[in-house]
Design a protein around this ligand. Structure first.
Ligand SMILES: [Ca+2]
Length: 481
């Protein structure tokens, strides 16, 4: 081949390569915001009391999933399932201490997939429950934490009295700036990272995990002042569901804190606890707003997918329960909002989605391959058509309770400790367990069969079975503390 021809071919192919790269859209960034213990107590989800203008604004630009369910209503396990896209088992992803690198060590993690595709991946605050979990392969830099623990107190009166478990008072409202607590410092760090990432010019997966409204309810006074405690409406059903099985248990976590001037179970206690949850949620909402404002100011919002999720639900006094740790709808349904620039504008979907579906969804939105170990499915099609169905049912479990949710029903089997079935259309507050009613035998049989299918799917995960340990055995039997 004459030299001039080969040179012109080379130049032509170079020009083609350049024009192809100019035509290809820039890979989207991801801002991945986790909010600990947040149930859909948000204005955008219809909560009439809470004040969350910043997340509400994001929801008006995003896709909001009304029926998203966590796979395990406890921190570590829920997060390990989300980060691997793998379903839980009685011996996998069981407790608040569960780790992906122990229970599914061969599974790629969500940030790992982005990192291996050339993204800068950063972990600020609480993402995996244990920040060392899969750290070397998931994140481009060391994980960042404020250094202030989740119960770091700024009011000397808070620590003056201790519970039997040695913990301080469950609430405090000092007149301090936002960044006096760890969550405020997390927002400052994340805002600084946005500037740094923009300057670097590489696509990024920036994860930011807030701790509130997780207990204890420590938040600056101005967020408590957003609410008039006397006007806070309490749960109407402050009693166990009728015919509830022995397997249904309250979370004991809140009892490990000192309760100050309040007596558990009283109106005043219920009012204080709801006030604390709402104030903590409004505090985090403001910090989310600060991070999103910086994303816009830097011109990054046009090419950044934003995700907001809660790791599980929370009983807010319903059934006189406070917290997670069971499979009532209130404890397993979570907020999940995905904003995709140019593709979302306030869509709402009632499609049933599992939080483990988020992994393949984000891969699909960024054009990345989904690892074979992922059991979730992408719900990206809901962006174009939020009215379509996605899953017929979703699996979730905790302790001895194995549960399945459909459009209408939520069912839990506790083995020898009974069964639980609620009709979410007729009884959304879950006040009457229908499992013992003769008229419900057809529904029961259908839900038992669905559950068996999910259990089989969960057991078929393409990762080795977790090794047995005394900790996992205790969790599986529901005897764990
Ligand atoms: Ca949590």
């Amino acid at each position: 081949m004459p030299r001039s021809l080969s040179l012109s071919l080379l130049l032509a192919s170079l020009a083609f390569a350049l024009s192809a790269s100019a035509a290809a859209p820039a890979r989207p960034n991801v801002l991945f915001i986790a909010i600990d213990d947040l149930r859909p107590a948000l204005g955008c989800y219809g909560d009439p009391q809470v004040k969350t203008p910043h997340i509400d604004r994001l929801a008006a630009q995003g896709l909001m999933l009304n029926r998203a369910y966590c796979q395990v209503p406890v921190c570590g396990a829920s997060r390990a399932s989300l980060m691997t896209g793998i379903l839980p088992l009685p011996n996998r992803f069981t407790t608040h201490l569960s780790r992906a690198d122990e229970d599914a060590p061969s599974a790629a993690t969500l940030p790992q997939v982005f990192r291996e595709a050339g993204y800068t991946t950063l972990s600020n605050g609480k993402l995996f429950h244990n920040s060392a979990d899969t750290k070397e392969r998931s994140w481009s830099e060391g994980t960042w934490a404020s250094g202030l623990g989740h119960a770091a107190s700024l009011d000397p009166t808070t620590t003056a009295s201790k519970s039997a478990a040695g913990r301080s008072r469950i609430y405090e409202a000092p007149d301090v700036p936002d960044d006096a607590y760890g969550d405020g410092q997390l927002a400052v760090k994340t805002i600084a990272d946005l500037g740094r990432l923009k300057a670097a010019g590489k696509p990024f997966f920036l994860a930011c995990g807030f701790i509130r409204p997780h207990l204890p309810f420590y938040a600056p006074k101005k967020y408590w002042d957003l609410y008039d405690r006397e006007k806070i409406v309490l749960a109407e059903n402050r009693r166990r569901p009728a015919d509830a099985p022995a397997g249904l248990k309250a979370s004991a976590e809140y009892r490990s804190y000192a309760h100050g001037d309040y007596q558990d179970g009283t109106d005043a206690f219920h009012r204080m606890m709801r006030h604390g949850y709402y104030a903590s949620t409004s505090y985090v909402d403001k910090l989310v707003g600060d991070v999103l404002a910086e994303l816009t100011r830097l011109g990054l919002a046009e090419n950044t997918i934003v995700v907001i999720w809660g790791d599980h639900g929370w009983n807010l006094g319903e059934h006189d329960f406070w917290g997670k740790h069971n499979t009532l709808d209130t404890a397993v349904r979570v907020p999940l909002i995905v904003k995709v620039p140019g593709r979302t504008s306030g869509q709402k979907s009632d499609a049933l989605v599992g939080v483990y579906d988020l992994f393949p969804t984000l891969c699909a939105l960024a054009g990345l391959p989904v690892p074979a170990t992922v059991q979730g499915r992408s719900f990206a099609a809901l962006l174009a058509n939020p009215q379509q169905k996605f899953r017929d049912s979703v699996y979730t479990r905790f302790g001895k309770g194995d549960a399945v949710v459909t459009d209408r029903l939520i069912y839990t089997s506790y083995g020898t400790d009974g069964e639980m079935l609620y009709d979410l259309n007729a009884d959304p507050a879950e006040n009457q367990n229908l499992a013992a009613k003769a008229a419900q035998q057809k529904d029961l049989a259908a839900m038992r069969a669905l559950l068996a299918t999910h259990q089989k799917t969960a057991a078929a995960a393409k990762v080795p079975a977790p090794r047995p340990s005394p900790k996992k055995k205790a969790a599986a039997e529901g005897t764990e503390k």
